[in-house]
Write a protein that binds this ligand. Structure first.
Ligand code: PEP
Ligand code: MN
Length: 346
């Protein structure tokens, strides 16, 4: 962190200020006296330094971070890739491309069990399905809630696929006890109290990027979970809001290599919510793999025209079969192998 002091500060001001910074944040402060200004360089763990508090001091002209404000999520302090391995071939990262597939929402036992069987047969290694749904309208289908979680358990029992499902409130945590991967949706990416609670759990968290959040903000939200004790975070790029209206969101492909560069955490891409259109799911999946994604999360419904949520972006099981076939051919060329059943359990 670099702090430029205001013109005309005395050597005594500089010494006092430097001492207070060292005492408060346990960092080393070096001072350079120039002709017109004094510049301070802070060395050590500056992620704990409150930039706004420093900027508000009378003798400070400007402050700039030169190191990331996140630490546990940073590749700087953890050069090797983190990966998720739930056993039985359910892997994301470390060269394994994990595919999470299933309907937007759990609608009935027949629906979720049928979709689970079909995505498993196609080669998916995780089952998704929303039980608690964040809907823009309070009159839209809100999900089957606790009953939806029960049906996901049945689908897991039938197929062996680990389940990925979204939590919307910390007071629902008890219901998520045996969920394999807890999803934090885009709308809750900055629900910091929820993130802190998830940080106390020993469970992988799939953290989706907010609709209008920067890459750094996504990493800071991951840091919240990790700082509270849970380092099993998976980042998800799911499209951001732009001026474009032809697609539901805009897939930020550059976020994929940037996240992988900045962080050791696995990166999953959601081409379904990014585009809102079933026919764009395959090309965006290819783009995501080419850009370095560790996994994909894809909406699949056995009857998209009658889906209670997100029908237009849902693939039918045959369309998903075709996509998986293509992934199976493309992934090895790009240095990844499709994770899946049949791999040895750890
Ligand atoms: C979902 O995965 O069904 C969902 C609601 O996604 P997002 O939070 O990315 O909108
Ligand atoms: Mn959806």
């Amino acid at each position: 962190m670099i702090i430029v002091l205001k013109h005309g500060v005395t050597a005594q001001d500089v010494e006092q200020f430097s001492a207070s910074i060292t005492e408060q944040y346990a960092v080393k402060v070096n001072a350079w006296y120039g002709e017109y200004s004094v510049v301070l360089g802070l060395l050590g763990d500056t992620s704990v330094v409150d930039l706004e508090a420093v900027a508000a001091q009378n003798i400070v002209a400007s402050v700039k971070r030169v190191q990331e404000p996140y630490k546990k999520a940073s590749r700087h302090f953890h050069p090797e890739d983190s990966l998720l391995n739930l056993g039985g071939g359910a892997r994301i990262g470390g060269g394994a491309l994990g595919v999470i597939a299933g309907p937007c929402s759990v609608e009935s036992e027949e629906q979720i069990v049928d979709v689970a069987r079909r995505v498993k047969a196609a080669g998916a290694s995780f089952l998704r399905g929303g039980a608690f749904k964040p809907r823009t309208s309070p009159y839209a289908f809100q999900g089957l809630r606790a009953q939806g979680l029960e049906l996901l358990r049945k689908a897991r029992q039938t197929t062996g696929l680990p389940i990925v499902t979204e939590i919307m409130a910390a007071n629902h945590l008890a219901l998520f006890e045996d969920v394999d991967v807890i999803q934090v949706g885009a709308r809750n990416m900055q629900n910091f109290e929820l993130l802190k609670e998830l940080g106390k759990m020993d469970k992988p968290i799939l953290l989706k990027r907010g609709l209008a959040n920067t890459i750094e903000e996504l990493l800071m939200s991951a840091e919240y979970i990790m700082a509270a004790g849970n380092e099993r975070v998976i980042l998800c790029e799911r499209g951001i809001r732009t001026f474009e209206t032809m697609t539901r969101n805009t897939l930020d492909v550059s976020a994929i290599p940037l996240l992988k560069e900045q962080s050791h955490l696995p990166v999953v891409v959601d081409p379904s919510h990014a585009s809102g259109m079933a026919r764009l799911v395959e090309p965006l999946s290819m783009a995501a793999i080419a850009a370095g994604a560790d996994g994909l999360i894809i909406e699949v419904h056995n009857d998209p025209p009658h889906a209670l949520c997100d029908g237009p972006q849902s693939l039918t099981p045959p369309q998903f079969d075709a996509l998986m076939e293509k992934i199976r051919r493309v992934a090895p060329v790009l240095g990844r192998t499709l994770s899946g059943a049949g791999e040895a359990r750890e």
